[in-house]
Design a protein around this ligand. Structure first.
Ligand SMILES: Cc1cc2nc3c(=O)[nH]c(=O)nc-3n(C[C@H](O)[C@H](O)[C@H](O)COP(=O)(O)OP(=O)(O)OC[C@H]3O[C@@H](n4cnc5c(N)ncnc54)[C@H](O)[C@@H]3O)c2cc1C
Length: 353
């Protein structure tokens, strides 16, 4: 029997597991993939993320998690009218598999039991406990006083939990996952006339249905587009490549990798689902995501706040979620302000203003 089972070893889950374990709570962190698991990501750690790593993990991000150029110097953002905005800020350029693997290792060092290759299939609350059904080599169950669900964007488990709780907690949880944006990016050998220390985002509607981007990882040129309608990936990607060839002398040699992923479609108001009963949501599955898909800082901060609320109100589950909601108020208002800023600069996001 665990005090807390944390589901998902991304930034949210690892931060929650580490915070609980170091205070002596019995924690099980389960991750459905073998670690270090792959996560499609631009891997930009903004200054806030770097600060949170130091605060929560007591160390700076190790060299082993970084790719070149190791320092990210900010973001250059071109709005739908072609106007360029430059935001200078120190940051790091990491591979997510190594970064998240390092975070999970820290959770383990501090006493969390980490089981990778194990998926949580369902959660059922009864008699003051949550029974979590797990699948690794076989099906089995584990019990905990609380679950912190940090499963990331897709929300399969969250929908199962919502179904389970629908009658008991009618109206308190919708189980809605707010729709998705599909991301598509390629890694390429080649050349371009842009400074590799920056992350470039393009919001012109002819280049994507959301945003298009360029950055550099270990000398590979990463080019991506995000869409609402998956069938349009090819069309937007080709338009973006043509634009980059013309504007920035992009020359692609060999493509080494391509990948598709999802991110939550954040809507006006930035709705957050805090959880239900003894199950708390943190990170993307709760709805935390900043503009241009910056979600590592929000994942870590919400994971930490969820763990803190559980620890402070361990014997009083009724107050855990409210304490969690209150402690993430600043995070939510930061997220709303960021979206509103972007909404004011680009028609693509004007509904967020
Ligand atoms: C293309 C792209 C680029 C991005 N670039 C950046 C960037 O540069 N900087 C930035 O800050 N953010 C970026 N983001 C966003 C960022 O990746 C996410 O916001 C962040 O990873 C969310 O953290 P999380 O812990 O909530 O979820 P995740 O990191 O997704 O972790 C969730 C984990 O849960 C596991 N899991 C899921 N279901 C189960 C289950 N049933 N049982 C067990 N385990 C399960 C998953 O395998 C995963 O490891 C980007 C996103 C995309 C798609």
């Amino acid at each position: 029997m665990y005090d807390v089972i944390v589901i998902g070893a991304g930034p949210a889950g690892c931060t929650a597991a580490k915070a609980l374990a170091e205070k002596g709570y019995e924690v099980l962190l389960v991750e459905k993939f073998k670690m270090p698991r792959y996560k499609s990501c631009s891997g930009v750690l903004i200054k806030k993320s770097m600060k949170l790593v130091k605060n929560y993990f007591g160390e700076a991000v190790p060299e082993s998690a970084m790719c070149t150029p190791t320092d990210n110097r900010g973001m250059v953002f071109t709005n739908d009218a072609g106007k360029e905005y430059r935001f200078e800020q120190e940051g790091f350029n990491v591979w997510r598999s190594h970064f998240d693997g390092w975070l999970a290792g820290k959770a383990e060092e501090n006493g969390a039991e980490v089981r990778d290759g194990v998926a949580a299939l369902s959660c059922t609350e009864k008699d003051g406990l949550v029974e979590v059904s797990l699948y690794g080599q076989k099906n089995y169950t584990e019990d905990a006083r609380y679950v912190i669900d940090c499963e990331g964007v897709v929300g399969t488990l969250k929908r199962q939990i919502a179904g389970q709780y629908a009658r008991q907690f009618a109206g308190k949880i919708t189980g809605e996952v707010p729709g998705y944006i599909t991301t598509y990016q390629t890694f390429n050998e080649g050349s371009i006339d842009l400074d590799p220390h920056y992350f470039y985002a393009y919001l012109q509607p002819e280049l994507s249905e959301y945003d298009a981007w360029f950055n550099v990882k270990d000398d590979l040129l990463v080019l991506g587009v995000s869409v609402k309608d998956m069938d349009k990936i090819g069309h937007y990607y080709e338009s973006f490549i043509a634009y980059m060839e013309e504007k920035h002398h992009l020359r692609i040699g060999r493509q080494t990798k391509e990948e598709k992923w999802l991110m939550p479609h954040i809507r006006p108001g930035c709705r957050v689902d805090y959880g239900v009963g003894r199950i708390i949501f943190a990170g993307e599955v709760a709805g935390f995501l900043n503009p241009m898909g910056e979600g590592i800082s929000a994942g870590m901060e919400s994971g930490y706040c969820a763990a803190s609320a559980v620890m402070e109100h361990f014997d009083n589950p009724e107050t855990v979620r409210e304490a969690y909601r209150q402690s993430t108020e600043n995070l939510k208002s930061y997220m709303q302000r960021q979206w509103s800023l972007v909404g004011g600069m680009a028609g693509t996001f004007s509904e967020m203003e």
